[in-house]
Design a protein around this ligand. Structure first.
Ligand code: ACO
Length: 503
């Protein structure tokens, strides 16, 4: 690009005998930071905002003092055929912001830093915040009291409690209460809350009537997404701007209580089985297994699923939670936010991994085959499902906890999974050095659910049942202190505006 292509023309000028106040007025009118000063048609100098400040600091009278006294005389100039790099070098080397362009003795334009930014498709600082790293890695975008993930320490928490400690010591319903109320319940509160949410398990009649028609229409997560949409519209949920926090909190409680019923009912219909009605004398986890399998679960399985649900309830600003908050920031209703979150969760880089992790164990087949199979996969740039995490650069505490749950449940799968894990961590350390790749929540989630009789197609939907609580609390927090989430992108396409070719 040549100076001719990027200069502003014609140059805005004034004479050497113009007063400083007249020059300042001209600059302000033209919204520019300098004037080329001419004498008898030739460039005599350049007057910049900086010169005006110098004059003001010296206490001169701008109405009487002439430009010629304060301008930079005989300024450097550019020729129209010089290239843009020369203009850049000249401006930056001398800390100039503007240079006249002369052709022979004729003034034909001005090149400013602004022209160079325009040509480079750069924008002045201030118009654009700093570029965020790809994938928003490490960027803090909100404040929260829901919980946090400390990746280097392998620690995460709900409110002020370690999530792992909660999973070891409390029930899923207690953790649900904690997230909704910011405190753990005492015995009386736990009983009252348990009774309240157990009473909300039945589906609204319109959705119950429609479920047979949509249950086979897509994957279980597709069905859940559609059902959440119908749930919200049947119950008349309004945009969150119209709802106070208490209304949306009640809506969220109802949805969290009903999601297992939606999932289990749709699962049974898809598989040609009669739906099993929810019971109000069972815990969240027991009732879920009951509705899905039609038999009352072994208490050990019910507790293992209860603990899995606690582990999966919330996890910082992950992709689905962020999605829910973005949607809420537009004041859309709760159903819209949860549908968006379910969509984000469905991808294999997020919640779609546990069934794929088990598929991988099946494909490997034997512990002896682990090394060659995993090596080939990583060498072919494939992702090992259930390994790696954006935030954890050490063992995922959820994986560690669920490994123990799986071991306590027993069975042949867990021993085999642990062998594959060991080999995979070694292969990843060798072939992806420095990436710090270990199992994430999804690897043993599949093993635990499988051991408890949860069918593979229901792994991610079960994750969604737990995470609906985390999403809901984040929706409520977003509502309580909302500002539209609307970042910007840096345009890197062909420089606009190009002439539109005739049709
Ligand atoms: N297998 C092989 N290599 C991996 C894996 C993996 N599971 N995970 C990351 N890597 C490698 C990448 O190939 C990349 O290598 P490179 O530097 O040679 O290009 C490097 O590690 C960094 O990978 P990124 O994709 O930049 O890491 P990011 O933080 O974006 O990814 C993610 C995190 C998506 C979870 C990733 O680890 C992954 O794809 N894992 C497999 C899918 C999975 O288990 N998903 C469930 C996540 S848990 C959850 O969301 C509930």
């Amino acid at each position: 690009m040549l100076v001719r292509d990027l200069m502003s023309a014609p140059a805005v000028t004034c004479g050497t005998d113009a007063t400083l106040s007249k020059a300042a007025e001209t600059m302000r009118g033209a919204e520019i930071g300098s004037l080329v000063v001419t004498h008898e048609g030739k460039v005599a100098g350049i007057l910049t905002e900086r010169d005006l400040l110098r004059a003001a600091a010296a206490g001169v009278d701008p109405v009487t003092d002439a430009v010629g006294l304060w301008m930079t005389a005989n300024p450097d100039a550019l020729g129209p055929e010089e290239d843009a790099a020369a203009a850049w070098a000249s401006l930056t080397h001398h800390h100039y912001r503007h240079l006249p362009v002369v052709d022979g003795e004729d003034l034909i334009g001005v090149v400013s830093i602004r022209d160079l930014f325009g040509a480079a498709s750069l924008r002045p600082a201030g118009e654009h915040a700093a570029d965020a790293p790809r994938g928003l890695e490490g960027v803090v975008v909100a404040t929260t009291t829901v919980g946090d993930v400390r990746g280097r320490e392998g620690f995460y928490h709900y409110r002020q409690y370690s999530a792992v400690d909660l999973a070891a010591a409390r029930s899923f319903e207690d953790v649900w209460y904690l997230l909704f109320n910011a405190e753990l319940p005492d015995r009386t509160q736990a009983e009252a809350f348990g009774a309240e949410v157990r009473s909300m398990r039945a589906l609204p009649p319109g959705l119950a009537d429609l479920l047979p028609a949509i249950a086979r229409a897509g994957s279980p997560l597709d069905v859940l997404r559609t059902s959440v949409s119908l749930f919200g519209s049947e119950l008349g949920w309004k945009p969150v701007s119209d709802g106070d926090l208490e209304t949306v909190r009640s809506e969220a409680l109802a949805l969290c209580a009903a999601v297992p019923t939606i999932l289990a009912t749709a699962y049974r219909i898809r598989n040609g089985l009669e739906p099993v009605a929810p019971r109000d004398d069972l815990s969240f986890a027991s009732n879920y297994l009951w509705m899905m399998t039609g038999t009352e679960p072994d208490p050990a399985y019910a507790r293992a699923i209860d603990q899995y649900l606690i582990i999966a309830t919330d996890h910082g600003f992950n992709a689905s939670t962020f999605t829910a908050r973005v949607i809420t920031s537009t004041q859309a209703d709760l159903a819209a936010a949860i549908c968006g979150a379910i969509g984000a969760l469905s991808g294999p880089l997020h919640g779609g991994a546990p069934s794929r992790a088990l598929d991988m164990l099946d494909a490997i087949g034997t512990p002896e085959n682990a090394e060659p199979w995993l090596r080939r996969a990583v060498e072919n740039n494939e992702r090992l499902m259930g390994f790696g995490h954006r935030v954890y650069k050490t063992e995922d505490p959820r994986s560690k906890f669920l490994r123990q749950v799986a071991q306590d449940l027993g069975g042949s799968l867990v021993g085999y999974a642990m062998e594959v894990e060991k080999t995979a961590v070694r292969v990843l350390a060798e072939l992806k050095p420095g990436r710090e790749l270990y199992t994430n929540v999804e690897f043993y989630a599949g093993v635990v659910m499988n051991s408890c009789g949860v069918p593979r197609e229901m792994f991610t939907p079960t994750f969604a049942a737990a995470r609906t609580i985390g999403w809901s609390v984040n929706v409520l927090e977003q509502m309580a202190d909302n500002r539209l989430i609307r970042p910007t992108a840096r345009y890197i396409g062909p420089p606009p505006p190009q002439p539109v070719p005739p049709a």
